[in-house]
Design a protein around this ligand. Structure first.
Ligand code: SF4
Ligand code: SF4
Length: 473
């Protein structure tokens, strides 16, 4: 029985509630009066329920869809301005004992090279990432309790934070690893992680059990209740996501929002981020074999509807998507993107030969970070390498209340300019630097508070003239 407050996955992601939501959305998808009322509610920027958002997602009326896109763009601008936060994934290990049928790291894949980075190899990877200009990483690893132990993760995090190469530093380490215990989440929190990310893959329990036939991940409830345990362990920034293409997208969309509502109801703070990966080709994996793939138009509508349903939640898109799709997604709601990514274990220091690839999926956007940064600036976005919030203790409900009141803007915009300046000084090509310096000159005038503006101007000067780094609000 549906209960948003329950700690049991079967209750807060109640199958019947999702079916009723989808039936309600079908009944009302052309009910203009109701759709107008939902859009009006969304304009208040306080979000929508999973039922309301599902009606918008199902709506086929072109005129209303255009209103939805326009509103998503406006909400994106109001909450996130024109900043885009940059990050890169770092694959630590592709050893995995699970049997996920959509991932090349599944245990039965005997031909993919298996690797686990040693601390020295991590050092090499991190230096390569620092030399690109990255400051924020998302660690990735398969589930293997013997090789990929909690001690290994804790040591790796320590190693990563300790490396200071030239002016480089990784200032925020997010982590995407298998569901674990409250005690382990507590250890990760103590190690200084930013966000704990765990994709649900699919909220449809029956499909979930089929898609995860073997291994600990087969336990749907343990996996779905992981964020509750993470929060109990003190991690208050968690990242949700589903893998679109595994089950029907409207089911996943409702489940995703119900999960967000559950975290908000049970812990007073919703998810920090939502990721929207789509199933892609990989070694051993043919996306054509999964019949729930979604086209670009549907994908973009999902992004727009998530944006207006949970305005305070950051949205992430990876290099699974190509340049043109990423460009449209940025307008509609995405606030964080990866750039220059490698999805193989050890791929930054030394690119792998094609026939020995340990990639988790094919990358569709192969541009360098410099190219991605330049491309963003040419569209008038400010690429941001900011990591200030978690380092200033602005996490969980503290972060959310600043976000909801709009005050966070006073930090995000200046921090974006100062971290971009660092990037331009240390890593950018001359062409990118020229475009970036112009952008900063223009954008610094948009810092509304005169005192803050003067501090930013002074700090920009110190970054350029005195080689000083790491200013933040
Ligand atoms: S999705 Fe994760 S758990 Fe599943 S096989 Fe791939 S790495 Fe392992
Ligand atoms: S100030 Fe906080 S919310 Fe804004 S970009 Fe930096 S880390 Fe993100």
């Amino acid at each position: 029985m549906y209960d948003v407050n329950s700690k049991c996955a079967d209750d807060f992601i109640d199958h019947e509630e999702i079916l009723e939501t989808l039936a309600y959305a079908d009944e009302n998808k052309e009910n203009v009066e109701l759709i107008d009322a939902i859009i009006e509610k969304a304009k208040k920027r306080k979000g929508l329920t999973h039922r309301e958002a599902s009606v918008l997602l199902a709506c086929p009326i072109e005129e209303k869809n255009q209103e939805i896109y326009k509103l998503a763009e406006q909400i994106k601008k109001d909450f996130y301005g024109n900043r885009i936060v940059m990050f890169a994934p770092l694959y630590l290990s592709n050893y995995c004992i699970n049997g996920c049928t959509y991932c090349p790291y599944h245990a039965k894949n005997k031909h993919i090279p298996r690797k686990q980075l040693s601390q020295d190899e991590i050092r090499r990877e991190v230096i390569a990432l620092q030399d690109m200009g990255h400051k924020r990483l998302a660690l990735e690893a398969g589930e293997d309790p013997v090789r990929n132990t909690m001690d290994y993760y804790l040591e790796s995090i320590k190693t990563i934070y300790s490396i200071k190469h030239k002016n480089g530093a990784i200032r925020r380490v997010n982590i995407n690893i298998a569901a674990t215990t409250v005690d382990n989440y507590r250890l990760l929190k103590e190690a200084g992680i930013g966000t704990y990310i765990l994709f649900q893959e699919t909220y449809h329990k029956e499909s979930y059990l089929e898609l995860h036939p073997t291994g600990p991940k087969h336990d749907y409830n343990y996996h779905t209740e992981a964020m509750d345990r993470a929060m109990e362990g003190g991690i208050d920034d968690v990242g949700l996501g589903v893998l679109f293409g595994l089950d029907k997208y409207r089911y996943e969309f409702a489940g995703l929002l119900m999960h967000a509502e559950h975290l908000e109801a049970a812990f007073g703070v919703g998810p920090h981020t939502i990721s929207v990966p789509r199933l892609k080709h990989a070694d051993d994996i043919n996306p054509e074999e999964f019949d729930n793939g979604i086209d670009d138009e549907t994908f973009l509508k999902i992004i727009a509807c998530i944006r207006i349903a949970v305005p305070y939640t950051g949205m992430i898109i990876s290099t699974r998507e190509n340049k043109s799709c990423r460009e449209r997604a940025l307008h509609l709601g995405i606030s964080q993107i990866s750039g220059g990514s490698r999805t193989s274990v050890g791929g930054y220091y030394e690119p792998e030969p094609e026939d020995e690839s340990s990639e988790q999926f094919d990358v569709s956007d192969n541009r360098t970070l410099d190219e991605v940064v330049r491309w963003l600036m040419e569209m008038d976005y400010i690429p941001s390498f900011c990591t200030a919030c978690y380092r200033e203790g602005r996490t969980g409900d503290r972060f959310m209340s600043l976000c909801k009141s709009g005050q966070i803007q006073n930090c995000c915009h200046p921090n974006a300019l100062m971290t971009l300046k660092e990037y331009l000084m240390d890593y950018a090509s001359p062409q990118t630097k020229a475009i970036g310096d112009k952008l900063i000159d223009k954008e610094v005038l948009n810092v509304p508070n005169e005192k803050v503006r003067n501090v930013v101007l002074e700090n920009l000067h110190l970054i350029e003239q005195d080689n000083r780094r790491d200013f933040r609000f």
